[in-house]
Design a protein around this ligand. Structure first.
Ligand SMILES: C[S@@+](CC[C@H](N)C(=O)[O-])C[C@H]1O[C@@H](n2cnc3c(N)ncnc32)[C@H](O)[C@@H]1O
Length: 266
């Protein structure tokens, strides 16, 4: 059982979203959840962050039960220096090329795997209208909070991506709108555990784990987009393929690869 803790200082939108997901959640009373593993606590206050340790680590007033290693709190920062630099210095960006090349201005892009929201933000900065989907409740709440923080601070002048809780496959039935592009970047097993700097990222990996449904999801997404499905893959991994899903071309992204697939005809 993981733990969720809502503080009085959480933003109203975060509070409302958290209470929709966790129906018995009230401010100040931690709630246990089977949605993620014991040892991780999502604390929603002035910032939404994930702490390593049960409720005890997140709130010293609570009786200690389990203390995990000393990982610093993990939070999503859409104003991070490196991300802002990438946004402000458009170059030969493989992601933008894979998703936006040869499309009319301001295409509609659905990001099927929002995660930390960085790729979606980059695509929005390059002119796409982006709707991102995230199904993990803790990631969704941290990302919602991160979006609200950059919005309040008026860090970016372009329209920010919109965030939806759930999967594209669940949500697409609720609208007739179809995106030109769907971008899909699922979780793969973590390969390197050594670097200390990545310690907080290990908490994220511990939270989300590996996505087990990548092939079915990719096949479903390829039936929804109208121009292309872009799948991010590790450089040395085979493409995700079915008889109706094959990359038409690939773009080298340095440390990763973007497989660009044409829409599947139903
Ligand atoms: C590797 S991360 C994505 C990173 C993201 N591209 C970024 O720029 O930060 C994968 C995320 O997608 C989410 N995810 C995976 N499959 C999904 C699906 N079918 N629907 C919604 N979210 C999904 C996972 O919960 C995880 O948070």
């Amino acid at each position: 059982m993981g733990t969720v803790l809502l503080r009085d200082t959480a933003r109203p939108q975060v509070r409302a979203a958290a209470q929709r997901i966790f129906s018995h959640l009230t401010a100040g009373s931690p709630v246990e959840t089977a949605l993620w593993a014991e040892g991780l606590t999502l604390v929603m206050g002035t910032r939404a962050e994930l702490c390593s340790g049960s409720g005890a680590a997140a709130d010293p007033a609570l009786k200690p039960r389990l203390r995990k290693p000393d990982a610093p709190p993990f939070f999503i920062d859409l104003s991070a220096k490196q991300l802002r630099w990438r946004i402000e210095h458009p170059g030969a960006e493989a992601l933008a090329k894979a998703c936006l090349h040869h499309l009319p201005e301001s295409p509609l892009v659905w990001d099927a795997s929002a995660g930390l929201g960085r790729d979606a933000l980059l695509l929005a900065a390059r002119g796409a209208q982006v709707v991102m989907h995230e199904r993990h409740p803790a990631v969704y709440l941290m990302l919602l909070d991160a979006l609200l923080r950059v919005q309040e601070a008026q860090i970016y002048s372009f329209p920010l991506p919109r965030l939806i809780y759930g999967t594209v496959l669940e949500c697409s039935g609720q609208t007739d709108q179809r995106p030109q592009v769907i971008y899909y970047d699922p979780m793969f097993p973590q390969r390197r555990k050594s670097a200390l700097v990545k310690k907080e990222m290990q908490v994220f990996h511990q939270l989300v784990g590996k996505d087990e449904d990548v092939l079915e999801t990719a096949a479903g997404l390829s039936r929804i987009c109208t121009r292309r499905l872009v799948i991010k893959r590790p450089v040395d991994a085979a493409p995700l393929c079915t008889d109706k899903l094959q990359p038409a071309y690939q773009i080298d992204g340095g440390g990763c690869r973007f497989d660009c697939c044409l829409p599947a005809r139903a």
